[in-house]
Design a protein. Structure first.
Length: 145
């Protein structure tokens, strides 16, 4: 079965109606539904479309796919921020402790290590830490609804 541009627009409009607003997800779902319809043995578009929607979980599943996709992207970004927090925190602690030991023992480069430690702490670790706290506090509200 061949799908026309009007039928593709119909599918896209229905996906928006069912709660799929994100562009890439909507394009992917439209592509999957069109492929399913084109490769199936169907007589008319309406029957094929209804069966395709049922195969993909029904109308309710379309809106929950949007939410699950958002949460997965959010989880990935949160993991990246956490890795940056841990790495910058370790680096700041390492530089500050090493600089302090060097300062106590009166070794060279102590001031440079302390300065680098404070720079990493104040310009990388602290802003990313507070930004992460801000983003996760807003995300708890969205994930509980």
């Amino acid at each position: 079965m061949t799908i026309t541009d009007e039928q593709i627009d119909y599918i896209t409009t229905n996906l928006e109606f069912y709660g799929v607003q994100e562009g890439n997800l909507k394009d992917d779902l439209t592509d999957h539904i069109c492929t399913y319809i084109e490769h199936g043995d169907f007589c008319d578009f309406e029957t094929a479309y209804k069966e395709a929607i049922i195969k993909f979980g029904g109308h309710y599943a379309m809106g929950s796919l949007q939410r699950e996709t958002y949460l997965m992207v959010l989880f990935k970004k949160t993991r990246q921020r956490q890795k940056l927090i841990y790495a910058s925190g370790f680096l700041a602690a390492f530089l500050l402790s090493t600089g302090s030991i060097f300062k106590i023992l009166h070794w060279p480069l102590a001031s440079i290590l302390l300065l680098a430690g404070f720079v990493v702490l104040n310009f990388i670790f602290m802003p990313v830490y507070f930004y992460s706290r801000y983003k996760t506090s807003g995300n708890k509200i969205y994930s509980n609804t």
